[in-house]
Design a protein around this ligand. Structure first.
Ligand code: MN
Ligand code: MN
Length: 345
């Protein structure tokens, strides 16, 4: 990338300040003025903080917004110079599925981000005692998984390592097998980590169903992603917090298994942190919410804090609506800002 690209990327890093780096203090201050204002960055998808590619966008319209915010096109979204970004993408995303009745599952206490139900095989709700997820037949992966993590879920069960196809999918949906990832160069990356379900063999085994697995770049899975998993579990082990976690992937960098499995180009996670004794009704504008969005690549920074963003920006990139169970005024505040991690410790 040339000097111009570097300048734009630096602007993106400055942009991270909007989501709390002033508080985190993790990146060195830069003396360069951002080329895109902080308020503009807050309404752009997370990829502008590192590197956007056409494969990161759901539709042409969202790529076009980034191109218009960066008219010199540092991300090369308009290679043919036509003024239109990523012309091979569908013009607009499919409309959202209609609202579904609220679930009693503790894993969906914050809401159902995509209105997953039984009517759309690309947004198919699977509820288990260990987690809830929206499955996407055409991608061969979950759209998102949502799970509660408290000390109750943690025990001494060793990792079962019994990856296997998910017989809970409806008829007509291909059941991805562990072998579909073989020799692909991608790990079978857990969405709900094995280490979050160690109370019983049954619970741990549920994390090895292939519906809870994404093709994940090995360095990402074993490095930055794992660090965040361990960081979040520490809040439970050491401080008895209850976490409400949602995670998934979006975008398409390639496909595996003769096209049956999409490798997401980006991975995201949202963690809502409840103090001991707090319940859903205690969520207020001071509740810590950690939101990250990371390229699904081997070349990633080791520190997950580098990838901190806001829920709003993940909503923009994915099209989902998170935290719908939180009253709107609080939801609006929590989604617009990133947790001040320094203040948390
Ligand atoms: Mn993993
Ligand atoms: Mn929301």
């Amino acid at each position: 990338m040339g000097a111009m690209g570097d300048r734009f990327l630096r602007a993106g890093i400055v942009g991270l300040g909007i989501c709390g780096l002033a508080g985190c203090g993790l990146l060195p201050p830069t003396t360069e003025a951002p080329l895109v204002s902080s308020s503009a960055l807050s309404s752009l998808p997370p990829c502008v903080d590192d590197d956007c590619n056409c494969q990161d966008f759901r539709d042409q319209a969202s790529a076009q917004i980034v191109l218009e915010a960066f008219p010199d096109d540092p991300f090369q979204l308009d290679r043919n110079g036509s003024g239109a970004a990523c012309e091979t993408l569908p013009l607009t995303a499919l409309p959202a599925d209609p609202a579904v009745p609220p679930s009693q599952s503790p894993h969906l206490a914050l809401g159902n981000p995509s209105n997953a139900g039984s009517g759309n095989l690309n947004n198919y709700l699977l509820e288990r005692s260990q987690y809830a997820l929206s499955y996407n037949r055409d991608r061969g992966t979950a759209n998102w998984v949502s799970w509660q993590l408290s000390a109750d879920w943690l025990g001494n069960t060793p990792r079962q390592d019994n990856f296997r196809q998910d017989g809970g999918l409806p008829t007509g949906v291909y059941q991805v097998t562990p072998n579909d990832y073989r020799n692909s160069g991608f790990d079978r990356g857990h969405i709900v980590p094995s280490g979050d379900r160690t109370r019983s063999v049954r619970d741990n085994t549920a994390t090895f169903l292939m519906t809870n697995i994404l093709p994940q770049a090995p360095e990402n899975n074993r490095g930055v992603w794992r660090e965040l998993e361990e960081y979040s579990r520490d809040w439970v082990y050491q401080l008895d917090y209850t976490l409400l976690v949602m995670a998934g992937g979006y975008g398409e960098q390639t496909r595996l298994a003769a096209g049956k499995i999409v490798v997401p180009s980006r991975l995201w996670k949202i963690i809502v942190m409840l103090e001991p004794g707090q319940t859903l009704s205690d969520i207020d504008e001071d509740t810590p919410v950690v939101a990250i969005d990371i390229p699904n690549r081997n070349t990633v920074q080791a520190d997950w804090r580098t990838y901190q963003t806001t829920v709003d920006r993940i909503e923009l990139a994915t099209g989902y609506d998170f935290l719908t169970a939180v009253p709107t005024p609080v939801q609006t505040i929590l989604e617009a800002e990133a947790a001040n991690l320094e203040a948390l410790r």
